[in-house]
Design a protein around this ligand. Structure first.
Ligand code: ATR
Length: 278
């Protein structure tokens, strides 16, 4: 018998019932024979500060944060990592033993690791990237692509003002394209990313013409329901290497798990199946 507290972690959002994070973390806890639990918590915006203040007292060592709390937690944290500040949102919280709440964002890391693992030979420096979308997910994509040294990012969004705002924030490597001309930015692009919600089950399909895609381009979609979107299917037909968005979800979870439970978990086929509910 030891007096060691069993470490607890949560995913906090609203709604949160659909989240696959509890299944993934519980799978890893079991796989590595670790003590600990990971639970979903549906928390309103009003209650968030009180809940976050109480969790460490209850044995929680950290949490993932999802919609609609990813931006709010930056204001509540005592320490914010540079990448979370740059992205303007956090997805991973660590409740430190000194009582301080540490907020990090591992979405960009998850995005890059997914490509590194599933697109052998991909070199982000080899040419411009083209990114569709300028929401929260796009911010993580831009920050991480710049971090790994892409020479240029072409950015297009239905609401142009949002891409202009990102250009101002992320700097001169970003070139904004009008949404009706988004197809033009694919020409010579080495990395092409759908960071919109288009193509997701229940949403409209992406209508951007993909004729200008080079077969040398790596094409990835942040949408993972369905796993193979129309966007990825078209890119595959054009001869491109494609990577689905599920891996980003898996890889973004790994750093949090390691900080809370002490083991770096492996992202493998088994983890993928767990998240897919297979
Ligand atoms: P997330 O955090 O997942 O990025 P978001 O901030 O709501 O979510 O962003 C959704 C993205 O999908 C935005 O780029 C959005 O474009 P707008 O900024 O113009 O809203 C894009 N999107 C959603 N529905 C779309 C549609 N029907 N046509 C084009 N873009 C769409």
């Amino acid at each position: 018998m030891t007096n060691r507290k069993i470490p607890l972690a949560a995913v906090i959002g609203s709604p949160v019932a659909h989240s696959r994070s509890p299944a993934l973390h519980t799978h890893w806890l079991k796989k590595y024979g670790l003590h600990g639990h990971y639970v979903p918590m549906d928390v309103s915006q009003h209650d968030l500060p009180e809940v976050l203040a109480a969790l460490p007292k209850m044995g929680f060592v950290g949490a993932n944060v999802t919609i609609p709390h990813k931006e709010t937690v930056l204001k509540l944290a005592n320490v914010v990592t540079d990448r979370a500040a740059l992205i303007g949102a956090a997805n991973t919280l660590i409740f430190r033993s000194d009582g301080k709440m540490h907020a990090d964002n591992t979405d960009g890391y998850g995005f890059i690791e997914n490509l590194r693992h599933n697109a052998p030979g991909w070199d982000p420096k080899s040419g411009p990237a083209a990114v569709l979308g300028a929401g929260g997910a796009a911010r993580a994509v831009l920050a991480s692509l710049l971090d790994v040294g892409v020479p240029e990012i072409r950015l297009s969004n239905r609401t142009r003002a949002r891409s202009e705002a990102l250009r101002k924030e992320f700097g001169a490597k970003i070139n904004v394209y009008d949404w009706v001309k988004a197809g033009n930015m694919l020409d010579t692009a080495a990395t092409v990313v759908n960071a919109t919600s288009l193509g997701m089950d229940g949403k409209s399909e992406m209508r951007v013409p993909l004729d200008a895609l080079s077969p040398n381009a790596l094409v990835t979609d942040l949408v993972y329901t369905p796993l193979e979107t129309e966007f990825l299917r078209t890119a595959k037909t054009a001869g491109c290497m494609t990577v689905d968005g599920l891996g980003m979800l898996l890889f973004q979870a790994a750093p949090g798990f390691e900080r809370w439970f002490g083991v770096r978990p492996e992202v493998d086929e088994e983890a993928r199946r767990v998240v897919l509910g297979l």
